[in-house]
Design a protein around this ligand. Structure first.
Ligand SMILES: *[C@@H]1O[C@H](CO)[C@@H](O)[C@H](O)[C@H]1NC(C)=O
Ligand SMILES: *[C@@H]1O[C@H](CO)[C@@H](O)[C@H](O)[C@H]1NC(C)=O
Ligand SMILES: *[C@@H]1O[C@H](CO)[C@@H](O)[C@H](O)[C@H]1NC(C)=O
Ligand SMILES: *[C@@H]1O[C@H](CO)[C@@H](O)[C@H](O)[C@H]1NC(C)=O
Ligand SMILES: *[C@@H]1O[C@H](CO)[C@@H](O)[C@H](O)[C@H]1NC(C)=O
Ligand SMILES: *[C@@H]1O[C@H](CO)[C@@H](O)[C@H](O)[C@H]1NC(C)=O
Length: 407
């Protein structure tokens, strides 16, 4: 028998405001596998001649992976020192890295590497080795637990990106520490932090989030992860990068927000609840009120915040629009075991008919428009479009939903 979690969501959010890659897959960036070696306890005189000041070095393990198409992550174990205000991370190390010319990296710790627009809003952090005492700043504070450094710049503030670029990668990077981890945040947006406070508190037991860019002191950690593990698919966790899953993330969210009911229970004649999310700026649902009225008359009740079933109203835009809505919502919803129904909008339900004649390329060839670039496509189909849902058509979608709920 089918079971359903919580309530229903009619998502009129529709899809991302970001730049997904339309068509071409992004370039794999330079293959730099920087793996560095292992035991660096000093045992020879060669690296440290008498003229250089001596220091004891802890074992250093460093792995930086920049081959992932979406995120760059460096995981460093050893004696790691952070000078936040100057965006520096210094590792006490004696060994030369495998790539001999490269003993420093610059990382933007945000998981949407392929988008220049996003990455322009993200600060770079430099990671260097210090081979002698002069290059190594003194610790002002010593920590005994690991830290994760990430940026809340990029496209944060947009729900889709909050989840796919930040919350899911943060979960996938930090859940292994079981709360024993400190977050250092660069490009700090307090609004974002307040909005997801519960999630942050669940992932890190330390109330204190450190504002990386304002930190004057030298903070020392036994391990630092710079950057978050992203996923090639939207709202997903790559099983190649992590032993965690998106279903686990869904459970984690239900726990975090104390959502008790995992299933919709309509056995006692209760009306299933329906949440209508109408966007307020672009792709507005122009007849949301009528739609709600109709849903009531069919036996739905008002709303709260639990998802089970997602109905996505997909604005006009044919192939490219369907690709976006599938990639950004349909596929992830199904991965999370949420039931999904899509409802494509026809030209006569789209406000674009008031702006372009029917014979215009906008209606005839959205594919050709998408080939001119994302910005061009988005400026028309995402920014200029509202939706007047054909109620008799949507009635069928709702009846279909009711039927699914009872099956
Ligand atoms: C270090 O240098 C001293 C004096 O030059 C030498 O006796 C010793 O064997 C060296 N140690 C190692 C590990 O090479
Ligand atoms: C780096 O990331 C790529 C892409 O996800 C993955 O295939 C590869 O195994 C990773 N390399 C290391 C050393 O972790
Ligand atoms: C070292 O690697 C980083 C990539 O992490 C690259 O940006 C930088 O240019 C490299 N430096 C040198 C000297 O090759
Ligand atoms: C931090 O640890 C180092 C090495 O153990 C020690 O020398 C230093 O005094 C400590 N600093 C503080 C502020 O506790
Ligand atoms: C649904 O609600 C009824 C009445 O409260 C209860 O007996 C039943 O166990 C519930 N079913 C589920 C699957 O929770
Ligand atoms: C709008 O277009 C759809 C599909 O082309 C059609 O089925 C429907 O009858 C039209 N509705 C109106 C109100 O013209």
């Amino acid at each position: 028998m089918w079971a359903f979690a919580g309530f229903l969501i009619i998502s009129v959010i529709i899809f991302t405001v970001s730049k997904p890659y339309l068509g071409d897959s992004p370039d794999l960036s330079l293959q730099l596998s920087l793996r560095v070696g292992l035991n660096m306890l000093m045992s020879t005189n060669e690296t440290f001649g008498p003229q250089k000041s001596y220091f004891k070095v802890k074992e250093v393990k460093l792995s930086c992976n920049s081959t992932h198409p979406r995120s760059e992550v460096c995981d460093i174990k050893g004696d790691v020192r952070i000078q936040g205000k100057s965006s520096n991370i210094v590792i006490a190390s004696t060994e030369v890295f495998e790539d001999k010319d490269n003993d420093s990296w610059s990382i933007k710790p945000y998981a949407r590497k392929e988008s220049r627009a996003a990455m322009e809003q993200v600060s770079s952090i430099s990671i260097k080795k210090a081979q002698n005492k002069e290059g190594l700043p003194d610790c002002s504070r010593n920590y005994s637990i690991p830290a994760i450094v990430f940026s809340t710049g990029g496209f944060s503030g947009n729900y889709f990106h909050d989840f796919t670029d930040l919350l899911i990668p943060l979960y996938s990077t930090s859940i292994q520490f079981n709360g024993q981890v400190i977050f250092l945040i660069t490009d700090k947006h307090s609004i974002w932090i307040n909005k997801y406070k519960q999630v942050l508190q669940k992932l890190s037991r330390y109330d204190q989030l450190i504002d990386f860019d304002k930190e004057n002191e030298v903070l020392c950690f036994p391990r630092i992860v710079v950057g978050l593990k992203g996923s090639i698919k939207e709202l997903a966790i790559d099983s190649s990068q992590s032993s965690y899953s998106i279903k686990g993330f869904r459970e984690f969210l239900r726990n975090t927000y104390s959502l008790k009911r995992e299933f919709v229970n309509i056995t006692q004649g209760k009306r299933p609840r329906l949440l209508i999310i109408s966007r307020s700026k672009t792709r507005k649902l122009l007849n949301a009120g009528e739609l709600a009225g109709m849903a009531e008359s069919l036996g739905f009740d008002a709303a709260i915040k639990e998802t089970v079933m997602i109905i996505q109203i997909i604005p006009f835009g044919l192939g490219p629009m369907e690709w976006i809505s599938r990639t950004d919502f349909e596929v992830p919803a199904k991965e999370m075991n949420l039931r999904y129904l899509g409802c494509r909008i026809s030209p006569n339900e789209s406000s674009l008919v008031h702006q372009y004649p029917y014979i215009h390329e906008v209606f005839k060839a959205p594919g050709a428009i998408s080939k001119k670039g994302w910005n061009h496509f988005s400026s028309i189909y995402l920014e200029k479009q509202d939706v007047q849902v054909d109620l008799s058509r949507f009635r069928k979608v709702l009846l279909n939903t009711l039927e699914l709920l009872q099956s």
